[in-house]
Each structure stands twice: as structure tokens, then as C-alpha cells.
Design a protein around this ligand. Structure first.
Ligand code: UDP
Length: 240
């Protein structure tokens, strides 16, 4: 990084990446590897906030599709994100990184409640803050809370670490000729319905001029490369 002041970023990880080679839940070795990468990002001068999804444990939509009440199912999904946040906090602290978890659903026995100004103080003190339980409201995934927290905390960018290396014009798992974009605009994503993040998250980032960088976090060392502007990724911004 060239700038003297630290850049503040929000890193959103899909819950799935915590499964590692497994098909469900939390793989401690994988979480440890991710913690080392997050620590390296911090050491290179970034202030980091994290949002971790819950898809490795439970998604409300999946429960609703099987007949559960959507709001109730989403509450379970939000609790899944708290489990992931605590697992990541544990891994980060084991590698010496001071970390706080703030939950949108207060759970004072295990973490702090979400308090924006306190989160900013933590970041200024060099702590990593993990935001759990989304927005505390059903009918969202963790995409929109990521965009909301990125805006509230004046993050310079939202990095979405997932299992694919960017945004494609078609599903690369189904269409062999699918092409990855290096850059796309927010409006392109919205009008072409490109699968990146929920539309509400993309619109929020557009309205607050927060670039979204989508990259594959499963690939070891990729976070550092992408933060240096080197790795394979797609950037969503106002100009293509
Ligand atoms: N969720 C919610 N409100 C929020 C954030 C999350 O109800 O503000 C629930 C929702 O059921 C969601 C689940 O938490 O499916 C887990 O989050 P997500 O699906 O984003 O996980 P990911 O796909 O990123 O692993």
C-alpha cells in the first residue's frame, strides 16, 4: 500500500469457505488458514472488518423451501453466522490478533452488541471486528448487512471472498464458454442480473461509491494478492 493512512476494508466471507474440504460446518484447519491470511492483510496495513455468512450451517431460504416459517428460519441462519464469527475470533486470537465480535442480536454472554462508534474505536486500536447476526432482521442474507456495515464504517471497499474467482456472464459451472469480467458497473450487475450479491447490497454500494471486489478466497494467498491489486478478481464500480 502506498497511502500513509490505513485503508479500511470490509471482508465478506461466504460461510461455505469455512467448511474447507467438508460439506457442512466448520473446519478448524481451514479457519486457521483464513485467520493467517486475515492477519497478513492487517499486517500489510489494512483495517479490517469481517462479515461471515452462515451457509455452511443454515440458510433461511433453504428452511423456508422445506416449509419452515421464513422469519423463524432466518433467525436460525443469523445464529449460524454467530457461530462462524466466534470460530473466526478464536482462530484470529490463536494467531495473536486482537478481535471483537459484535452481534446485531445482543448476546452479551458471548460477544458485544453492535455499536457503530465502538466498532470504529476497535478498528482504530488495531482490532479486527467481526459483525455477526447480519442486520438482526429476517428476509436478508449477509450481503446487505455487509454493504450496510461497509457504508456505516466508511470502508474504502467491500471484498467478497467466495468459491469463484469473480463474476461471469453465465454460470461457469454450467457453461464452458462463460467469460469472467475484470470490471463491471453496478448498473450492469443490476440490469443483467449478474450473480454477485443481492441487488440491495449492490445498490447500497453504488449509492455510497463503495467498490466491490469478488475473488476466490479458497485459493491460498489470494487475499494478499487481491489486496495488492494483483490476484484474479472482478471489481464492481461506477465505470467498467
Ligand atoms: N440472515 C438474516 N438476516 C440478515 C443476515 C442473515 O436473516 O441480516 C440469515 C438468512 O437466513 C441467511 C443466513 O442468515 O440465509 C446466513 O447468511 P447467508 O445466506 O448470507 O450466508 P452465506 O451464503 O454468505 O454463507
Amino acid at each position: 500500500m502506498t497511502s500513509a493512512s490505513p485503508k479500511r476494508i470490509l471482508l465478506k466471507l461466504s460461510g461455505e469457505v469455512l467448511m474447507g474440504p467438508g460439506h457442512y460446518g466448520i473446519d478448524p484447519d481451514t479457519v486457521h488458514r483464513l485467520a493467517l491470511e486475515v492477519r497478513a492483510a492487517q499486517e500489510s496495513g489494512f483495517e479490517l472488518c469481517l462479515v461471515i455468512g452462515g451457509g455452511n450451517i443454515f440458510r433461511g431460504m433453504a428452511g423456508a423451501a422445506k416449509g419452515m416459517d421464513r422469519a423463524q428460519a432466518d433467525s436460525i441462519g443469523m445464529l449460524a453466522t454467530v457461530m462462524n464469527a466466534l470460530a473466526m475470533q478464536n482462530a484470529l486470537e490463536q494467531v495473536g490478533v486482537d478481535t471483537r465480535v459484535q452481534s446485531a442480536i445482543p448476546m452479551s454472554a458471548i460477544c458485544e452488541p453492535y455499536i457503530r462508534r465502538r466498532a470504529i474505536r476497535h478498528l482504530e486500536k488495531g482490532r479486527i471486528v467481526i459483525f455477526a447476526a447480519g442486520l438482526g432482521s429476517p428476509y436478508f442474507t449477509t450481503d446487505t448487512p455487509s454493504a450496510v456495515r461497509a457504508a456505516e464504517l466508511h470502508c474504502d471497499a467491500l471484498y467478497k471472498g467466495t468459491s469463484v474467482d469473480g463474476i461471469y456472464d453465465a454460470d461457469p459451472k454450467k457453461v464452458a464458454t462463460a467469460k469472467r469480467f475484470d470490471r463491471v458497473t453496478y448498473d450492469q450487475v443490476l440490469t443483467q442480473n449478474l450473480k454477485v450479491m443481492d441487488a440491495s447490497a449492490v445498490a447500497l454500494c453504488r449509492d455510497n461509491a463503495i467498490p466491490i471486489i469478488v475473488f476466490n478466497i479458497r485459493e491460498q494467498g489470494n487475499l494478499a494478492r487481491v489486496l495488492r491489486g494483483k490476484g484474479v478478481s472482478t471489481t464492481v464500480g461506477s465505470a467498467a
